[in-house]
Ligand binder design. Structure first.
Ligand SMILES: Cc1cc2nc3c(=O)[nH]c(=O)nc-3n(C[C@H](O)[C@H](O)[C@H](O)COP(=O)(O)O)c2cc1C
Length: 170
């Protein structure tokens, strides 16, 4: 079993994918990782769209260049009618969805499958593209697939802030 910290350090954003399709059992494991994360009050508002058909893939690929021709793209949303609101009005759906995305990225990596978190687009346009109802809030796209032989981490991957800047002990 791989050491978790090693997995977390080695995972990098994959922006070059091979054509090899993701096996169904591996996709199921990745989606399972998105199911089981902690959510506020356990309300589980995260919703995952698997963009898989040629038609849907073409649609999302023409919407953003950041799909990098990955064989599959996940669109992660949360349902604001389901998510828990904190006493100060904060909608925890965003927290719940981002935890699900993180868990899926790490599970994918554990299976040898790469991904990249994508939010460099106009959310309003994405919501229109997929006719999302008002209660569904899109959070990110997650292209996933086997890294191509030429895939390597970008220089940003190893640029980590100093522990002294990251951590404050009180
Ligand atoms: C909220 C968020 C939005 C991001 N949006 C994009 C994006 O639109 N396109 C892209 O290529 N990478 C995007 N990334 C990936 C980051 O650029 C990447 O995680 C960062 O440079 C660190 O590199 P690493 O993931 O290889 O460690 C995003 C990451 C996060 C967390």
């Amino acid at each position: 079993m791989q050491d978790f910290l090693q997995l977390a350090c080695e995972r990098y954003s994959v922006r070059k994918y091979s054509d090899k399709p993701i096996e169904d059992d591996k996709l199921e494991k990745i989606l399972k990782a998105g199911q089981v994360g902690p959510t506020a009050n356990n309300f589980q508002p995260q919703r995952i769209f698997v963009i898989k058909s040629d038609e849907a893939l073409e649609k999302v690929r023409s919407f953003t260049p950041y799909c990098f021709n990955a064989p599959l793209v996940l669109m992660i949303c949360y349902d604001r009618n389901v998510s828990w609101n904190a006493i100060d009005g904060h909608d925890s759906g965003i927290d719940d969805a981002t935890i699900a995305i993180t868990q899926m990225m790490l599970e994918a990596w554990d299976l040898g499958i790469g991904s990249v978190w994508v939010r460099g687009y106009d959310k309003r346009e994405l919501d229109k593209l997929f006719d999302l109802p008002d209660n569904l809030v899109s959070v990110a796209l997650l292209p996933i697939g086997y890294p191509s032989a030429e895939s390597k981490p970008s220089p940003l991957h190893s640029r980590n802030i100093d522990m002294d800047d990251l951590v404050t002990y009180l």
